[in-house]
Design a protein around this ligand. Sequence first.
Ligand code: FES
Length: 369
Amino acid sequence: MSANPSVALYPWTIHLWIIRTLGRERLDYLISNTMNTVTEKISRFFWSYDCKAKIMAIRRETADTLTFELLPNQHFKQPLPGQHVEIKVAIAPSGEVVTRCYTLSHIQDDTVAITVKRQAGGKLSCWLHDQARVGDILTISSPRGQFNYHGQRKLVFICAGSGITPCFAILNALRLDSRQPDIGFFYRTTTPENAIFRQSLEHLSGSQKIVFSYSRQPVAGVSEKPLAEQLMDTFPDLNERHIFLCGPQGFHDAVVDTLTKIGFDFNYLTVEKFSSQAHSFALATNLSEDITVTLKSQNVSFRIRAQDSHKTLLESAESQGVHLEHGCRSGMCGTCRTHLLEGRVTGNQLGKSIYPCTAYPASTSIVLE
Ligand code: FES
């Protein structure tokens, strides 16, 4: 990768033209009926059973953050703003296959974008920063995740660092939304230079309440105060807003702490966590009796033996052949979030919202939404 990878050309317009002309659905039909060893060699982008995405452009956002504009092939399903995808790359020379989740920071008719901060020692983020080129083909998953807007009238995005990406995607989508909700945006990072999408946000600040908070360069009247005070001063009506929270674990915990103190109803909180490290959640209490878990929406129950109570609810469901939607399996993406209707769990829980990938049974009868 060159020192300045701000390439905004479209050398692969033929692929874009084909997708625009035929549409992904018709293309899927045509390709699946012409798949053979010859056509596979013509284009491994279209004639593939996998979802692929071609890098169309690379833009620099900050010194350590790049945006990759991607053109997915016909297998890709239209995403919702706030969703993420899994990117899979075989890293040369070892060929080690590395998979990571990245939120879609922009969604357009034909293309999507991911915005990637270089993580020290991060295999995929470093590969994307140092090796990826315009024209490269990546393996990509279909969009997933529950960090989505559902028509809330009054909301606020509270984000930090790279956690801005899903919030920014939703904010952009809401600009075109006829419902015109009351939106607040609070973005915490180290310095103005490290603020991702700063210019776009400044541009929007005329019509939306957008507040920057810098930990290493206090803004007069804002970031010189403790985080809890900053939030309350900026949004005195925090308790009346639906909160979209996304950021590193420490930031997440500080915000949740503030919300707990003001008696915030966690049913109005939508969370996604960003971290380069797995977070460890509290483990299960050892139960001496078997546990019954009921999934009300699926009208399904399954049993967990007492000796398996150290397994997560997701692992136990899977071992019983019960499907629970999930993504990262580490309490980060929010895909598995559900509501605890009866019983108790330990681990990853916010009010009545629980994350089965990192939650454990703590009572012998558990009813989930
Ligand atoms: S939070 Fe990602 S799967 Fe549970």
